[in-house]
Ligand binder design. Structure first.
Ligand code: ADP
Ligand code: ZN
Ligand code: ZN
Length: 731
């Protein structure tokens, strides 16, 4: 039987294999340089966009469909990015086609062409230069013309420099004074502005990075305000001088306009931002500009880790401990971990920076796998804040605030300073309680007979909302169980704190900042800007731990962290410690000394004690010992299989069948099927099977074997299931 060459294509479908197609009608025979090009293909009744993975061979008599059309003239995904995505598919045990789809911006996923990225600029004509003096001073056209006096200016830069410059440009063009010209994507901007002279610890870190040639992971472990960003900027600058690209990842709320302009000003070239605030086409343009080597510095959130870097020189992960780097649905990748894989494949240094490094990264630094760079003092003259713990047992509290704390707030406000009140609960109150019979308002879609998931009270006490499934309803007039009217919000959320602080401090602005008030990305910045430098109070959740510098902030009050002290999740202590240290780091970043006051009913709690007296690293040492004793990461490797169904039996039966597939002699330990910590959500019953192994290799060996068999289980089609390798938490 003669064999016929085929295109072996990865398609975005939940099946592990590749698919064979003939080339589109009229195209030449498949060739090696087709690998990495996209095609549109028929798939059942649908059409899909896939990427050629290899050239296959199929017997002549096997009926094959032909692909419909080529979408790229040349490979779109090749070289290092292709290799790294293969790795990611193997590591997450997710189909390659789905991994590739996750890596592509939406327009490319849909099959659109790689967008044009060449830039447009405006420049003065000869008539414009002669006529400049005739323009009336202060008008927009005159201001634009003045900007253009130096030569052609890129449209992106005009966006930054003059609002509504487009109408001014039209006015100038009409008089023949200016014209739009085609430019290469990069016009060098102003010269690099020198930063502050590095202090000795910064210099040591900079030297270590600069002397590094090839792949090397660094943990840049420095307290808030110690000048980590300065170190990144120096390393990026050097990378640019060598003609290479730098990729910087930041958590969603760390990517502020303030931060971008700091980068632009210092580096003196365009900095391309990639974040959820961009529309699909803008994202695709940045991706394309990076793939052509035109974008030299890319700063983005989680998914920016998929940016092609043909001339890579450096990857930086700022706030590497941040939970937003782990994608929690679809392809469950960790952008930090993937950054290390890419850094290795690209043979470039990777810098992980944090004031509160993850226990994983600290463990890697201690065992010598990462080079540990420490910055132990705040840069410049800023002093670290002093921390005080307030025992509030038996103290009269006003909506959770003790008299001492209220007096402290008053004092700081009077001195002209700003105060931040941190509470890790949004909404008005976490629970609505009937004072007569004890009924609490449950979310009907998320509760079970044995497990009540309370709804959070919002809208000053008028609305109920479930923070797990989003269900909303109004507060009932009377208790559904006993008809009593004594329904009371129990506990304290940020809304309730805001209400009380407004009453107590009517002469000062009180601004609440949490996910309820800052759904838009710039909202946080705008809200903080309205406060400016005047004395006032900020109330909010951990969103406040980031963003905008607040030089007038001198007091941080932490209330009600007690719930976090008793969470069952193995990562809860780590997250709590990181939140506390991060939010405390906001105090006194500038000339004035800062204070951090911590209110608690558990002043003797070991975690608080270690954290307050020994700092984050003492906490981390203790916590690592506990993780080791309990066999949790980084001393074990976990994978969590979750299943959801309307009937709990189905979900359990599916996971039991999966468990059956594991060979008895396997060194991988299995726990479950057991109810998920949140056993019902949005009407679905949720169960899970936890797999744990001391070594990564046997776990992954088992998973590769298992996944093919799991796909074939009849129940796999009737329940919703997913595999999460290295789960962040067991929820
Ligand atoms: P981090 O990223 O660690 O929070 P930054 O790099 O943002 O710290 O630095 C905090 C502040 O200190 C910034 O305003 C920065 O300009 C300033 N700074 C950083 N390094 C120095 C230095 N060596 N001398 C003086 N000021 C510095
Ligand atoms: Zn009641
Ligand atoms: Zn719910």
């Amino acid at each position: 039987m003669p064999a016929c060459p085929t295109l072996r294509i990865a398609l975005p479908v939940p099946l592990p294999q590749l698919f064979d197609y003939l080339p589109p009608e009229g195209s030449p025979a498949p060739a090696a340089n087709d690998v990495g090009r996209r095609l549109r293909v028929p798939f059942g009744p649908r059409e899909l966009v896939g990427v050629v993975e290899s050239i296959g061979q199929v017997d002549d008599d096997v009926p094959l469909r032909a692909a419909l059309e080529w979408l790229d003239p040349a490979p779109l995904i090749d070289g290092e990015l292709a290799d790294s995505l293969h790795w990611l598919s193997r590591y997450t045990h997710a189909p390659l086609g789905e991994v590739i789809a996750t890596a592509l911006p939406a327009p490319l996923r849909r099959g659109e062409a790689l967008p044009d990225t060449h830039g447009w600029a405006w420049e003065l004509t000869a008539a414009g230069r002669d006529g400049l003096a005739k323009l009336r001073a202060g008008t927009r056209p005159q201001r634009l013309a003045a900007l253009l006096e130096v030569g052609a200016v890129n449209e992106d830069l005009l966006d930054d420099q003059l609002d509504d410059w487009r109408s001014a440009a039209r006015a100038l063009a009409k008089r023949g004074f200016a014209e739009r010209v085609d430019v290469p994507a990069l016009i060098p901007q102003a010269d690099t502005r020198p930063g502050p002279t590095p202090n000795p610890q910064q210099q040591t870190a900079i030297d270590a990075l600069n002397s590094c040639d090839g792949f090397q992971p660094f943990l840049l472990d420095g307290v808030t305000g110690s000048g980590k960003t300065e170190v990144y900027l120096r390393a990026i600058s050097r990378c640019l001088q060598q003609g290479r690209q730098a990729l910087v990842l930041v958590p969603e709320i760390g990517l502020t306009p303030q931060m971008l302009s700091r980068f632009r000003n210092r580096l003196g070239i365009p900095v391309h931002a990639l974040h959820s605030g961009l529309n699909d086409n803008e994202r695709a343009r940045v991706w394309a500009a990076a793939s052509r080597g035109e974008a030299r510095v890319i700063v983005g959130t989680r998914s920016a880790i998929f940016t092609p870097l043909p001339q890579a020189g450096l990857i930086v992960i700022d706030e590497e401990h941040d939970g937003s780097y782990k994608q929690q649905d679809g392809i469950r990748y960790h952008a930090r971990d993937f950054a290390l894989v890419r850094g290795k494949a690209l043979n470039i240094p990777v810098v992980l920076g944090s004031a509160t490094p993850s226990l994983e990264s600290l463990h890697n630094a201690r065992s010598g796998r990462y080079t540990h760079l420490r910055l132990q003092q705040r840069a410049g003259d800023a002093k670290p804040p002093g921390v005080r713990v307030f025992d509030v047992r038996k103290r009269p509290l006003q909506d959770g605030l003790s008299p001492e704390v209220l007096a402290g707030i008053a004092q700081h406000l009077k001195a002209g300073s700003q105060v931040l009140v941190f509470k890790n609960r949004r909404g008005y109150a976490p629970v609505l309680l009937c004072h007569d019979c004890g009924w609490t308002a449950p979310c009907k879609r998320c509760s079970t007979p044995l497990h009540t998931t309370p709804m959070t009270v919002h809208g000053g006490g008028r609305r109920l909302q479930c923070h797990h499934c989003g269900a909303r309803q109004s507060v009932p007039l009377a208790c559904p169980d006993c008809a009593s009217l004594a329904l009371q919000p129990q506990g304290i959320g940020t809304e309730r704190l805001e209400e009380r602080l407004l009453q107590l401090f009517p002469d000062y602005p009180v601004l609440r900042i949490d996910r309820g008030t800052t759904t838009r990305r710039d909202a946080l910045e705008q809200t903080l800007a309205t406060l400016g430098e005047q004395p006032g109070i900020l109330v909010g959740t951990q969103i406040l731990a980031k963003g905008h510098d607040l030089p007038k902030l001198t007091l941080v009050v932490v209330v009600g962290i007690d719930e976090g002290l008793f969470s069952a999740d193995f990562r809860a202590s780590e997250k709590l410690a990181q939140q506390l240290i991060q939010v405390a780091g906001r105090a006194g970043r500038a000339e004035r000394p800062g204070e951090v006051w911590l209110q608690t009913h558990h002043p003797d709690n070991a975690l608080l004690h270690t954290l307050v007296n020994g700092g984050y690293h003492a906490f981390a040492e203790a916590e690592l010992l506990q993780r080791e004793a309990a066999g949790f990461p980084p001393f074990a490797h976990l994978a969590l299989m979750r299943a959801e169904a309307k009937q709990v039996e189905q979900a359990n039966e599916f996971l039991a069948a999966v468990k059956q597939l594991i060979p008895a002699q396997s060194s991988v330990e299995r726990y479950g099927p057991m109810p998920a910590p949140m056993p019902r959500r949005a009407g679905f019953q949720r169960t899970q099977l936890l797999l744990s192994a001391e070594q990564r290799r046997p776990l992954h060996g088992l998973l590769s074997q298992l996944m093919a068999q799991v796909q074939a289980l009849p129940l796999a089609r009737r329940v919703r299931w997913s595999l999460d390798v290295d789960p962040m938490d067991l929820y």
